[in-house]
Design a binder for this molecule. Sequence first.
Ligand code: FAD
Length: 398
Amino acid sequence: MAAPKIATATRIIPTSAHILYKEGHWQIRESIGKFIEREVNPYVKEWENNCLFPAHSLFRSLGQLGVFAVNKSIDCGGLGLDCSYSIAVAEEMGTVRCGSIPMAVAVQSDMATPALALYGSERLKAEFLRPTINGELVSCIAVSELHAGSDVSAIRTRAQKIGDDYVLNGTKTWITNGIQADWACVLASTSADPPHKNKSLFVVPLNSPGVHRSRVAHKLGMHSSDTATLFFENVRVPAHHLIGKEGKGFEYQMQQFQDERLVTIAVLLKPMERCVEMTREYTKERHVFGKPIYENQVVHYRLAELQTEIESLRALLYRAVLERMAGTDVTLLASMGKLKAGRLARAVTDQCLQYWGGVGYTWENEVTRLYRDLRLHSIGAGADEIMLSIISRMMDTK
Ligand SMILES: Cc1cc2nc3c(=O)[nH]c(=O)nc-3n(C[C@H](O)[C@H](O)[C@H](O)COP(=O)(O)OP(=O)(O)OC[C@H]3O[C@@H](n4cnc5c(N)ncnc54)[C@H](O)[C@@H]3O)c2cc1C
């Protein structure tokens, strides 16, 4: 990829991408982008209609392209690159023409595996991280429960140490990749200590006796993503499946959330831009009252404003990434960006759908799919109100 620009079918828009991306980033993006155009986008409609994409075969191919390896160290099979490369991968994954697949990939690269990579034992990394980085295994992150989503500290799943094993009991829900995954990174309480000090993360193979799964049906969007409820009934895992130290799970999970939020912002940029671009093209062609809809000032001004907001969000993301690379805690910027990304995705898809009129209200329209899919991002990975509470708390402590 030669230049830091957004190339669309019809035109080139300069972006702030050169602030973050160098030749290596563009090379990775180019190979992923080509793969998506050839091997993913032609099948999106079929997978969306079937409510499932083939995670194992797709992840194997993406693994060969290094999608899961960029942010992992060389000693565990990764490419040992800095976090700007994860952002480049996530931004390019946004060229997939639905929200489900970028989300599933981000779960594997930036939600289920970072704590294992940082704190897991060599044995655990060899057994689970390496094959996950290769794309041979599919993973999921199992934190949320029916009564504990925003309030992670309220989870009820327990892991009790018995002999050389931990025995898990509890139910996790809303788990992305949960039907197809080979293993889950599970947050469970391991003691009666205070809620932020009594949790631990475990690698749980999902073919273990006592694991049952059922599919969460009829979601508003993200249709080709398999979302599961996972039941753990006296599930025994060997003690070495504990990630890092017992009682540190809440802390590790909060760290995983920070990268997850940056990646969520990156994944949303391209779909929002595509939405604006598709709407520009449509409204230029569609004539109402004798002229293209686009020629109404209210329409082209609004689309220009949305494009400007997307570019501002990109600048905020890149600043957060650069500061993170310099070793700064970017919780505040990541939370601001995640809040803005969720809200902007809603504004962009809602406004664009409006300009498509009745056609915007039909199921197969890509703008409509994005309207359904991207709505999740004000809820998942920390709802808007959770971001606001983090931001206001940090403003108070300045
Ligand atoms: C499609 C999908 C995929 C998901 N994938 C995963 C996954 O892979 N792994 C996983 O562990 N979880 C996953 N989740 C769960 C997701 O993280 C939770 O839905 C999210 O954290 C919100 O939790 P909740 O649904 O229990 O909502 P609740 O916690 O019940 O909150 C409901 C609403 O209340 C409001 N609210 C909450 N707290 C406050 C507050 N302090 N002040 C003001 N308002 C507040 C917010 O508007 C929030 O949306 C997924 C969810 C969905 C829908």
